[in-house]
Structures are given as C-alpha cells and as structure tokens.
Design a protein around this ligand. Structure first.
Ligand code: CTP
Ligand code: MG
Length: 172
C-alpha cells in the first residue's frame, strides 16, 4: 500500500499503545524527523511515562514542530493521538505554518497490542487502559476528516502496516 504524503506535511501517527507507531516511525523516517511524546516527557520530567508531564511535554513538542515546519521540514508526531483535543493542537500548529496535517492510523487488534504490551518493561498499565484506547481509536476514525486532517490513511492489521510504503508528493 502506497501512502501519499505531501513533501511538507505534519504527519500524526494515530494508534493505541502497542500498535507499532514507534516501530513504524523508525522504519520510515530519520530519528530527527520524529517527535515522540515519550521523548518530550523524558525531556521535561526525566520520566517518559510520567503522564502528569504530558501538558508541558506537548507544549514543547508543538513548539519544536512549529520551528521545523517554519523551516520547511517534514515532521512526524509519534504519540497515541487518540483524543480530539490532542489532535487539535497538531492541526493548529500545521495551519499556523500553512502545512497539511496528515493522519496515518495504525489499526491493530487490541488483543495483539495487549500481547506486545505484556512483553514490554516500559509499559505497566492494565488491560482496561488499552480497552479505553481502542474505544477512543474507533471514535477517532470518524472524526479525523472534520478535525481538518487533509489526508487520512488507515492501515488495518500487521500485514498492511508492514507493506506500507511512503511516497512523497511534490507540492509544486
Ligand atoms: N512490535 C512488533 N512487531 C511490529 C511492531 C511492533 O513486535 N511489527 C513490538 C515492538 O518491538 C514493541 C511493541 O511491539 O516491543 C510495541 O511497538 P511500538 O512500536 O513500541 O508501539 P507503539 O505504538 O509506539 O506503543 P506506545 O504507544 O506504547 O509507544
Ligand atoms: Mg511508541
């Protein structure tokens, strides 16, 4: 599956924990092109899992995203992006820089994500957290277009995610 992405865009990865966002980002982009919520929580709070630091972390993430977009650099946001208000911050920063916001949704079965999560030492939440995320994801699918995402690519299942190739569209 070819994923067409404008050469200059703000790409929001959307997916529950364990859906493979960070893995996908490592495969397709340079580390410096990817702004992850984990990294920014670590930066402001010394702890990538400190959810109480999310407000500050996203403030800094948005700031850096804005600087990158102002310089014409494609930027990928590696966060769950499951809440409308979280995505609104990304749409806002994209619009401020006349850049198209693009969503790439990684939609994997909750059971698979849970299996992966149990193998991870850096994730300690319970199953009910994942169930809530999965519900938020289903709701998100119907909201992305009206929130302002101009391209929405939904990759369903591990095979589609593994087969995805990014193709860059020239703007001029
Ligand atoms: N993983 C895997 N096969 C894939 C993708 C991911 O086995 N095709 C594994 C990763 O090695 C990792 C776990 O699944 O141990 C979660 O993948 P990750 O990319 O970290 O998922 P995220 O969506 O980034 O999870 P989070 O939101 O918690 O950061
Ligand atoms: Mg991740």
């Amino acid at each position: 599956m070819i994923i067409d992405v404008p050469e200059l865009s703000l790409v929001a990865l959307v997916g529950i924990s364990g859906s493979g966002k960070s893995t996908f980002a490592r495969k397709h982009w340079k580390p410096t092109q990817v702004l992850s919520s984990d990294f920014f929580r670590g930066l402001v709070a010394d702890d990538e899992n400190d959810q109480s630091a999310s407000g500050d972390a996203f403030e800094v993430l948005h700031y850096v995203a804005g600087k990158r977009l102002a310089a014409g650099r494609l930027t990928v946001v590696d966060a769950t992006n499951l809440q409308s208000h979280a995505r609104a911050g990304l749409v806002k920063v994209a619009r401020e820089h006349d850049v198209l916001p693009v969503a790439i949704v990684l939609d994997v079965p909750e059971s698979l994500a849970w299996e992966r999560t149990q193998d991870r030492e850096d994730r300690t939440f319970g199953r009910q957290v994942l169930t809530r995320m999965h519900r938020d994801l289903r709701r998100s699918l119907g909201q992305l277009a009206k929130e302002g995402f101009r391209k929405i690519h939904v990759l369903r299942g591990v095979d589609e995610i593994a087969a995805a190739e990014i193709r860059y569209e020239k703007l001029f």
